[in-house]
Design a binder for this molecule. Structure first.
Ligand SMILES: O=C(O)CCC(=O)C(=O)O
Ligand SMILES: [Fe+2]
Length: 207
């Protein structure tokens, strides 16, 4: 459960204007846009998603072993009804704000549930789809406990790692060549860490 005292339990859920995003150029054609507190009143969304999404535990082949994926997942493809109306509002606001630069709308939503600090996502780029070849954007809305998102240039060594803490209601957008020239990760945390849910909005064919 979230600690009520830390969060805005009674605040109305509302998305702020995207005009407040701040862009950081990472290099090699990659950038990130950050907007802390994009969604206010995010407690209700966290609770709704934690309880209401049919979360899936997945297992993946890793070399000769099958291992648990260290987070729960649920993917909503193009045209699927999202589990809360504010997520459709968020997707449409992102499409309106970035449409010209991106050249297409955001259409899918991937949800991840990090139950505690042991859950994580290893270094990767979102390169299953077109992100392997083309510039694109992946926009992430974070709710629940804060976790760090790390970014590093592909093959560039850990000296150039960028750390962006993502808190309750925060938005980060990875853009340009970020998925193919950089990698990102949510590292495990050894500190007592509450649960976090992230919602990744992507265009059609990016995964
Ligand atoms: O949880 C996050 O913020 C990142 C998730 C991610 O990188 C992914 O699902 O591809
Ligand atoms: Fe990713």
């Amino acid at each position: 459960m979230l600690q009520g005292s830390l969060f805005d339990q009674d605040e109305d859920m509302a998305l702020g204007p995207l005009t407040g995003v701040r862009r950081t150029t990472l290099g090699a054609g990659a950038w990130i846009d950050v907007l802390p507190g994009w969604l206010s009143g995010a407690d209700a969304l966290y609770e709704h998603l934690a309880d209401g999404v049919p979360w899936q535990a997945e297992r993946r082949q890793m070399y000769e072993r099958v291992v648990d994926v260290p987070r729960l997942l649920k993917f909503y493809g193009d045209g699927r009804t999202l589990p809360h109306p504010v997520l459709a509002e968020a997707r449409d606001a992102l499409s309106a704000h970035y449409g010209e630069e991106l050249g297409e709308p955001f259409t899918t939503a991937g949800l991840c549930y990090y139950r505690d600090g042991r859950d994580s996502v290893a270094w990767h780029g979102d390169r299953i789809g077109r992100g392997a070849r083309e510039d694109t954007m992946v926009a992430i809305l974070s709710v629940g406990a804060p976790r760090d998102l790390l970014l590093r240039p592909l093959g560039g060594g850990s000296g150039s790692t960028v750390r962006r803490p993502l808190g309750h209601g925060d938005l980060i957008v990875m853009g340009g060549s970020c998925q193919r020239t950089w990698e990102h990760a949510i590292p495990k945390s050894t500190r007592a860490t509450g649960p976090r849910i992230s919602v990744q909005f992507r265009p059609h064919g990016v995964r």
